[in-house]
Design a protein around this ligand. Structure first.
Ligand SMILES: [Zn+2]
Length: 55
């Protein structure tokens, strides 16, 4: 694999990752969360969003 190809693939992967993260945030923003409580955090059963619990 050539360096240029690798660099090209890194850029494409980063763009793809940014797209995925944005999609996930969008889903979690719209989600009607249903949290299930764990030890020190709670996680939404629908979108998997986790939130830390503070006492
Ligand atoms: Zn949710």
């Amino acid at each position: 694999m050539k360096v240029q190809n690798i660099e090209e693939e890194i850029i494409q992967t980063k763009n793809h990752l940014a797209f995925l993260e944005k999609s996930l945030k969008e889903i979690q923003k719209k989600c009607d969360h249903q949290f299930k409580r764990n030890d020190n955090f709670e996680r939404c059963l629908k979108c998997n969003k986790a939130e830390a619990l503070y006492y």
